[in-house]
Design a protein around this ligand. Sequence first.
Ligand SMILES: Cc1cc2nc3c(=O)[nH]c(=O)nc-3n(C[C@H](O)[C@H](O)[C@H](O)COP(=O)(O)OP(=O)(O)OC[C@H]3O[C@@H](n4cnc5c(N)ncnc54)[C@H](O)[C@@H]3O)c2cc1C
Length: 463
Amino acid sequence: MKKTVVVIGAGLAGSLVCNESVKEANVVLLELGDKDKVSYPRINFIKKKLAEVKTFCFGGGGTTNLWHNGLIPINTKDVSSEYFSELLDEVKPYADKAASRLFFPNQSYTSEYENVVSDMSRESEKLGVFKEGIDCLLYPKKFQRLEVDAAVDSYYSVENIEFESEGKSIAAVTFRSGYEQHRINADAVIISAGTFGTPRLIGKVLSVLGVSSKDVGRGLIDHPLGFVGKVKIKKHLARTMHKFAMHDKGDYEYCTAARYKSQCGRYTCFAFFRPALTMTNRLSIYKYKSLLGASSGFERIKNAFSFKIFHPDIIAEIFSHLFGVTIRSRIFNVLFYFEQKRGSGQVSYDGEVLNIDWSITEEEMKVYNDMLEQVSVSMMSVSDEVNIQLPITEQWLWSGAHHSGTISLGGTADELLDKDLKLRACDNVYVCDGSVIQENSYANTGLTIGQLALRLAERVSRP
Ligand SMILES: Cc1cc2nc3c(=O)[nH]c(=O)nc-3n(C[C@H](O)[C@H](O)[C@H](O)COP(=O)(O)OP(=O)(O)OC[C@H]3O[C@@H](n4cnc5c(N)ncnc54)[C@H](O)[C@@H]3O)c2cc1C
């Protein structure tokens, strides 16, 4: 007999889970936002604001309405938790399928990825300064937001989701849609409401089961990122450096970043080198560059109305990233993606107001500045000029929109989830989205979330 699987959240993870599960099970989707329109919650930033632009949204497709669709795996050699690293190994076989569901045009993402990394590793040897190697992000040229299959019984703009328990299971999910109250008997419930939405729902599940929910929502991490300096590469190496910026492979593009390890070995970060025209570091220009890059559609047009658009570095960025024209300059902007570790960062709700307690710790700032000193020294041998901003303060960094870590996963009873993404306290509730990513080094998380979603759908929907 077919199972009934209730999926909550129609973002990156939820859409993939629905579309895969519906091949075997009856799937009911509950989404807080509208089907075809995005909305944003009211946020109270307790410490640091994530960014000037929106870094997530509600609605059909979730944050795939905003994202850039860059695909990269999390390298298990950078992951310190053995348990999480084993999970990443287990979902490796799903990488090609996940990439193809995320619009990667070629049959095998994995072999394309391995080929470009190996090509660029050879290029990087010509520079001889990237001791920790390089990594590549692959961008399908054609992509759109994810959509849920018509065979899924979908409800949008749902309100008041509640859970009914029977022993250690959730027997039914109730909710309101329009003026109607609904009750769905569930064999399994998969919560995919994202790093900021899932903790609230897991809190409700635990409360109905009479289990403490004190650590739910704790452990928020992101990639603090920022433009941290400029380098003027020696003439004979400039052509090689340009290959790092963006490479056209027909139906996809890729860009390459240099990996850096902290001296303690705990943090792995990466740096992109993007063509620029001046050697100055101005935070206001960097912030504007990020605003233009991360916004889209009407927001981007609105942001373009600023005198800052005439700054030479912004013109270089527009030409190289928006029009695909490479500026033949020897100057490159250094864009760093730093790693964070799960700690006291937290997500909570006061009624409908979302509290986000995100910050960069003093230890992290010290590690980042030590790393930038390494970069500054190492780049001297291949550059005519190096101007890395030292030290940077947290003002120079903002969210990379790879929010993760708000639901704990590990090998002990203290952690909420096990490797099957199952809530330990409950027999039939699972979580799959950015909240379950415990460590993300420097890697964008979309591909990994996709891999986890496909494996979970396969296992849970089986009759
Ligand atoms: C500008 C930008 C560029 C990005 N570029 C990349 C990139 O190139 N590569 C990459 O890997 N990542 C990128 N990302 C990040 C990526 O988009 C996210 O990591 C990913 O979408 C997260 O997926 P998710 O399923 O965890 O959450 P989401 O996609 O955010 O989905 C969560 C869903 O749950 C719904 N929801 C929330 N609360 C509830 C509730 N209580 N009840 C019901 N439904 C609920 C939401 O409406 C939403 O539909 C980018 C992000 C941004 C903002």
